[in-house]
Design a protein around this ligand. Structure first.
Ligand code: NAD
Length: 494
C-alpha cells in the first residue's frame, strides 16, 4: 500500500503520525494511505512558497508563459495516465476523467496568455508634466483548497492563473483522492516551474486551518460544500485575506411546453447522472412546466434502464461508483425517505444489486417533489433527479430564485423570448439555453450566486487575474524645464 506524501519545495515528504485511507470506490478496498498534514508540515509548505516568491514574481512573463505552454504539452501527453489515477481514486469513468483534464487544459491555455491579462493602463499628461500608470502585481502566497469531485480540473482552475500572475501556491487537495494533485505538481516541475512555487500538502481541518490563519498566506481560493465554504470565507477574511469560496449547488433545468421532449430527456439524463451526479453543475431538479411532466418523466424513465453502471475502468461503463460508502448510504437515504415526504419514487436506484463491495448505487428518479422536502432542499450530490411540477413559467422562475443556491441552471425551449426573459430574471451565476451543463469556457469566469459563492470574484478566466493580483498606481514626474517650488497645499492637478 503506497503512502501518498506532500510535495514541498520540489521534494516528496511527510512521515506524520496521522494518515487517512484512500479507497478504490469500484472495489470498496483501501488502496493507499495519505499523510494528513500537521500544523508544522503546512507551515513548512508556506515557508517554501514564501521563499520562492521573490524569484517567481521577478520571472518574466514570457518565461512564466513558457512553463504553462510546456505544461499543456505534458498534460496532453500524459492525459491517459492522469485519467487512470483519477478513476482509481474517484471512481468516475475514464472518458469522464479525460474530459475533466480537457476542461482543465482550457484554464492552462487561458493562463498562458497572461501577457494580455496583466496589462496595466497609462495616462499621459494627467497634470502638467505628470503621467500615471497602473500595474498588476501578485498578491503573494495563495492557498488553494479543493474538493474530491474534480481532482484535476479544480486545482487547474486555481493554480494556472495564480502562478501566471506571479504568486506562489500551497495546494491542499481533497484527502479522498489526493494522488492527482501530486502528479500534477510533478508535471509543473517537469515543465520548468521552480521548486517551491507550487507545493502540495495533504490533510483535513488541521491543515486547512493552518493555511487560513497564517499571516504569510495572502489569498484563499476554496471550492467545496456550502457549509465549509461559508466558514472558510468567514475565518480567512476575518484575518484580512482575499477569499473566494465556491460552495454547493442545486441546479434546476426548466423545461417549457414547446421544448423538444426527446432531446430534453437526453440532456436531463446526461446532466443528472453523469459522474454519478457528483458534479457541482449536475442537474438535480427538473422543473416541468404545464403538461411537460406527463411527457418528460416517462421519456426519462425509459432511458434509465439502459444505463451501464460499473467500474470506471470498464470501457462499457457510463457511470461509476460514489466516492465513499458513507456518501453512498447518505444518497440512498434521500431516496428511501422521499415517499414518506409525499414524493413519488418513479425509479428507485437503491434497490439495484451490484457484485462486490464497491460504492455503487443505481440511478433514481423522484417525481412530485416540492420545496420543504429533504430531497429538494439538500444538495444530494448523487444520481438522484427530482421533478418539480409547476403550472406556469413565472412559477418556474420564482422556484429557482427562492432556492438557497445559485450555481447553474438551464432552460429548454424553442421560444427565444422566454429564454431571454429567463436569462434576465434568474438569480443564478451560469445559465444554459438548451445547454444542460453551462460550464463557461476558459475565457469566461466560473461562479455561482447566493449560497454557491462567498466572495465577489468568480474563478478562472479574466476574474481570476483580478483576484490573484493587486493593482498599484504610479504617478510620475521627470525633471523638466518647469521651475519647481514648495507647495504645502494638497496636490491638485493643473
Ligand atoms: P468538502 O467541503 O467536504 O471539502 C472540500 C475541501 O475542504 C477538501 O479539501 C476538504 O479536505 C476540506 N474540508 C472538509 N471539511 C473541512 C473542515 N471542517 N474545515 C476545513 N476544511 C475542510 O467538499 P467535497 O465533499 O470534497 O466536494 C463536494 C462539494 O463541493 C459539493 O458540495 C459540490 O457542490 C462542491 N463543489 C462546488 C463547485 C463549485 O464550483 N461551486 C465545484 C466542485 C465541487
Amino acid at each position: 500500500m503506497a503512502l501518498i506524501r506532500h510535495l514541498i519545495d520540489g521534494t516528496e515528504t511527510g512521515e506524520t503520525a496521522r494518515t487517512g485511507a484512500v479507497y478504490d470506490p469500484a472495489t470498496g478496498e483501501q488502496q493507499h494511505e495519505v499523510v494528513l498534514g500537521s500544523r508544522a508540515d503546512v507551515e513548512r509548505a508556506i515557508a517554501a512558497a514564501r521563499a520562492a516568491l521573490p524569484g517567481w514574481r521577478a520571472t518574466s512573463l514570457t518565461k512564466r508563459a513558457d512553463v504553462l505552454f510546456r505544461l499543456r504539452h505534458l498534460l496532453t501527453e500524459r492525459r491517459d495516465d492522469l485519467a487512470a489515477i483519477v478513476t482509481s481514486e474517484h471512481g468516475k469513468v475514464l472518458s469522464d476523467a479525460a474530459g475533466e483534464i480537457g476542461r482543465g487544459l482550457e484554464n492552462v491555455e487561458f493562463a498562458s496568455g497572461l501577457i494580455n491579462q496583466l496589462k496595466g493602463e497609462f495616462s499621459e499628461q494627467v497634470s502638467t508634466g505628470i503621467d500615471v500608470h497602473s500595474v498588476k502585481q501578485p498578491v503573494g502566497v495563495v492557498a488553494c483548497i479543493t474538493p474530491f469531485n474534480f481532482p484535476v480540473m479544480v486545482p487547474l482552475w486555481m493554480v494556472a492563473s495564480a502562478i501566471a500572475c506571479g504568486n506562489t501556491v500551497v495546494l491542499k487537495p481533497s484527502e479522498k483522492d489526493p494522488s492527482a494533485s501530486v502528479f500534477l505538481a510533478k508535471l509543473f516541475l517537469e515543465a520548468g516551474l521552480p521548486a517551491g512555487v507550487l507545493n502540495v500538502v495533504h490533510g483535513d481541518k488541521e491543515a486547512v486551518d493552518t493555511l487560513l490563519d497564517s499571516p504569510d498566506v495572502s489569498a484563499v481560493s476554496f471550492v467545496g460544500s456550502t457549509p465549509i465554504a461559508r466558514s472558510i470565507y468567514q475565518r480567512a477574511s476575518a484575518s484580512g485575506k482575499r477569499v473566494q469560496a465556491l460552495g454547493g449547488a442545486k441546479n434546476h433545468m426548466v423545461v417549457l411546453e414547446d421544448a423538444d421532449i426527446e432531446s430534453a430527456a437526453d440532456a436531463a439524463v446526461s446532466a443528472a447522472y453523469g459522474s454519478a451526479g457528483e458534479r457541482c453543475m449536475a442537474v438535480s431538479v427538473l422543473v416541468a412546466v404545464g403538461d411537460v411532466g406527463d411527457r418528460l418523466v416517462p421519456a426519462i424513465e425509459r432511458r434509465l434502464g439502459d444505463l451501464a453502471i460499473g467500474a470506471g475502468t470498464d470501457a462499457a461503463s457510463e457511470m461509476g461508483p460514489l466516492i465513499t460508502r458513507e456518501h453512498r448510504d447518505k444518497v440512498a437515504s434521500y431516496v428511501t425517505g422521499a415517499a414518506a415526504e409525499g414524493a413519488t419514487v418513479v425509479v428507485d436506484g437503491t434497490t439495484k444489486q451490484f457484485d462486490g463491495d464497491g460504492f455503487f448505487i443505481g440511478v433514481s428518479l423522484v417525481d412530485d417533489v416540492k420545496p420543504g422536502m429533504r430531497v429538494y432542499d439538500d444538495e444530494i450530490f448523487g444520481p438522484v433527479l427530482s421533478v418539480v411540477r409547476v403550472d406556469t413559467f413565472d412559477e418556474a422562475i420564482a422556484l429557482v430564485n427562492a432556492n438557497q443556491y445559485g450555481n447553474g441552471t438551464a432552460i429548454f425551449t424553442r421560444d427565444g423570448g422566454a429564454a431571454r426573459q429567463y436569462e434576465f430574471e434568474v438569480e443564478v451565476g451560469m445559465v444554459g439555453v438548451n445547454v444542460p451543463i453551462p460550464v463557461p469556457v476558459g475565457a469566461y469566469s466560473f461562479g455561482g450566486w447566493k449560497g454557491s459563492l462567498f466572495g465577489d470574484s468568480h474563478i478562472y478566466g479574466p476574474e481570476s487575474f483580478h483576484f490573484y493580483t493587486r493593482s498599484k498606481v504610479v504617478t510620475t514626474r521627470w525633471p523638466d524645464p518647469v521651475q519647481s517650488s514648495i507647495q504645502l497645499a494638497f496636490p491638485g492637478n493643473s
